[in-house]
Design a protein around this ligand. Structure first.
Ligand code: ZN
Length: 193
């Protein structure tokens, strides 16, 4: 891994993104690299700790990544990057410009099956590495889930909200990992004519 650059880890829920973030960043605690891992204050599940496997990293909750500019850091980790705002990706650009290495993990596709705007902005920064992870489909059990299916009262949520709407993780909705065959999106794939 190049010392100063952008590493991006993407995939649906339950695809092990946080585990990968933990494995990349946890060795830093044994070095003198100044580092911090940020989570959106909108993320309410398991405060501070991340991977479903039990591996953990200390995290700082923030409403804006601009917090990361307040101190001299060698490495900045961002968990659930899709929950941040587009303006926060401008902060990532500034961090990279001042020589800070950034490792960001998050869900790539929103409830419509389209890229979250902050994720698209990250990709436009030209990351040195992008890892796409898959999950086991909660419906057919194939290891091919690329979508995060939003469910409302157990049924697919098919209303189309504004692009990049990050739905809350507070129990209002439930989420499943789904493959292309099993996902139900607001706008079904149409055959071009
Ligand atoms: Zn499936």
């Amino acid at each position: 891994m190049s010392p100063v650059d952008l590493t991006v880890i993407l995939g649906p829920m339950k695809s092990g993104k946080s585990l990968e973030l933990v494995s990349l960043l946890s060795p830093l605690q044994y070095t003198d690299a100044r580092h911090r891992v940020f989570q959106s204050a909108r993320h309410v599940r398991d405060a501070g700790v991340m991977s479903r496997s039990g591996a953990a990293l200390a995290t700082v909750k923030t409403t804006s990544l601009a917090t990361a500019l307040d101190e001299e850091l060698d490495v900045v980790g961002i968990d659930e990057v899709h929950m941040f705002a587009l303006a926060d990706m401008e902060v990532v650009r500034l961090l990279l410009a001042r020589g800070t290495r950034v490792v960001a993990a998050g869900i790539d596709l929103d409830h419509r099956g389209e890229l979250f705007a902050p994720v698209r902005a990250l990709l436009e920064l030209g990351p040195a590495s992008v890892t796409y992870r898959r999950a086991v489909c909660d419906r057919c059990r194939g290891f091919s889930a690329v979508y995060t299916q939003v469910l409302e009262h157990g049924e697919p949520f098919l209303r189309e909200l504004a692009p990049s709407t990050a739905l809350p993780d507070d129990g209002t909705y439930t989420y499943e990992a789904r493959c292309r065959a099993c996902v139900a999106l607001p706008r079904p794939l149409a055959v071009p004519r």
